[in-house]
Design a protein around this ligand. Structure first.
Ligand SMILES: [Zn+2]
Length: 177
């Protein structure tokens, strides 16, 4: 049997699969705010990334709304370090000697971590994914380099540890929805 840490099979996720919850720096306080898809809004034609979003902060009560029709993904080697709806800096980011690690939410972070920790990585076959580059395929080369594994894992763990726990006791996570 495969040990889950040794083998990684690309689940073919793209960044669009992680946009139902984005953790950002709150515009109103120093805490973490959540950018969430408004429940019930499935987006035009069922395209959830383009559904209405709400920014909410449990710390200061900040609340903002944004229709999801104009997404902005900053370009550059570091990739998006802001959320595509409100342009707020991502909560989950860490600088390393090689570049910036970032994730929209804990599910996203965990996917990257499983990939980096794995010694055997299976690519999604090109005929499976079509033209769509998977999230894992898009990771920068320095993230994939075995020699950087320890450093990258430590940075990912720091990011994970920096996520505040919700008052209800549940970690801030998108869940299966
Ligand atoms: Zn706040």
């Amino acid at each position: 049997m495969d040990t889950p840490t040794a083998r990684f099979r690309d689940p073919r996720s793209t960044v669009y699969d992680f946009l139902d919850l984005v953790l950002v720096h709150c515009p109103g306080c120093a805490g973490a705010a959540r950018v969430v898809r408004v429940p019930g809004d499935e987006g035009p034609g069922g395209r959830r990334p383009f559904a209405t979003r709400r920014l909410v902060c449990g710390g200061c009560g900040a609340s903002r709304k944004c229709d999801g029709t104009r997404l902005t993904f900053p370009r550059g080697a570091a990739g998006p370090v802001t959320d595509p709806y409100f342009g707020r800096p991502l909560w989950l980011r860490a600088e390393t000697r090689h570049g910036t690690l970032w994730a929209y939410n804990l599910d996203h972070l965990d996917l990257i971590r499983r990939f980096v920790a794995a010694s055997l990585r299976e690519r999604a076959p090109w005929y499976d994914t079509g033209q769509k580059m998977t999230l894992v395929a898009r990771l920068p080369v320095w993230v994939k380099r075995a020699g950087n594994r320890g450093e990258v894992l430590r940075a990912l763990d720091r990011m994970h540890a920096g996520v505040p726990v919700e008052r209800a006791g549940a970690p801030v996570q998108a869940g299966g929805a």
